[in-house]
Design a protein around this ligand. Structure first.
Ligand code: PGA
Length: 262
């Protein structure tokens, strides 16, 4: 695992975008797993800037990690009132780059048959040849995607119930601002499993801010446990790169964080 510590959010965003752009240049038809949340927004802004300077997404294939059950791109609702991860991805990235719609895969939270959908999502990832690079954040409770504490580390794409901490975190970060009450939030989501993530070829995990320092240290250095599903990074067989700002890295001790400091 390579751990890169950068000064601040802007620096981690630039570093992450460069990492993603390097893959796209090397393999224009690469398969990228995208993530939502506050953390990757800066990275997506950088990718948009790079696209304006010529970075070509026309052959890139994408798979997103998760989506709230009951939400999708619901055109019957005003766009701004839609808290789906579909809206997030189009607004924060896809609308601004030359990605082909048919190459975008985001779990369908509006599916009538979630179980069948989850199976087909796994099949689609396999048919695309697997995910070359998966972008990940880490939840306040240590989750990867919506794999809440207690999820099997072998889990596959499935329906997961969100716990209180995740509901509170996401309410504060997204729902409250948009004028929703806590009760408006979906309590279930479709998420790629930890086992699905562990099968990707490389991962890029990002975290910033002192709020994440303790959980980052536990995930990267503590025991591997299904109570902190991001700790599965220690089992990862592919190439794992972790980019942290100084605050998020502050509870990794000196010898640990000096693996690769730039
Ligand atoms: P955040 O969420 O980027 O909004 O902190 C991370 C996550 O839940 O994986």
């Amino acid at each position: 695992m390579e751990i890169i510590v950068k000064r601040d959010y802007e620096e981690i965003s630039k570093c992450a975008a460069e990492h993603i752009a390097a893959l796209i240049k090397k393999k224009p038809n690469c398969v990228i797993g995208f993530a939502t949340g506050g953390t990757p927004i800066g990275t997506y802004r950088e990718l948009i800037r790079m696209h304006k300077e010529g970075l070509d997404f026309s052959n890139v294939i994408t798979f997103n990690l998760d989506e709230y059950l009951g939400l999708g791109l619901d055109l019957s609702k005003p766009y701004s009132q839609d808290q789906s991860y579909h809206r997030f991805m189009y607004e924060e990235l896809f609308n601004h780059i030359n990605i082909k719609k048919e190459n975008v895969h985001i779990p369908d939270g509006l599916t009538k048959n979630p179980e069948e959908f989850c199976k087909s999502y796994e099949d689609a990832i396999k048919e695309a040849g697997g995910i070359d690079l998966q972008i990940l954040g880490i939840g306040g409770d240590g989750h990867w995607a919506f794999n809440e504490p207690g999820s099997s580390l072998e889990s596959r794409t499935r329906i997961e119930e969100l716990n209180e901490q995740t509901l509170n975190d996401n309410y504060e970060a997204f729902y409250k601002k948009a004028g929703f009450t806590r009760d408006d939030m979906p309590h279930y989501a479709i998420t790629m499993g930890v086992g699905t993530i562990l099968e990707t070829k490389s991962i890029l995990m990002l975290a910033y801010g002192s709020k994440k320092a303790e959980i980052v240290a536990k995930a990267l250095r503590g025991p591997v446990t299904n109570q902190i599903t991001a700790s599965a990074i220690q089992l990862y067989k592919g190439k794992a790169t972790v980019i942290l700002d100084e605050d998020a890295a502050s509870m990794l001790d000196e010898t640990q964080s000096s693996e690769s400091v730039s």
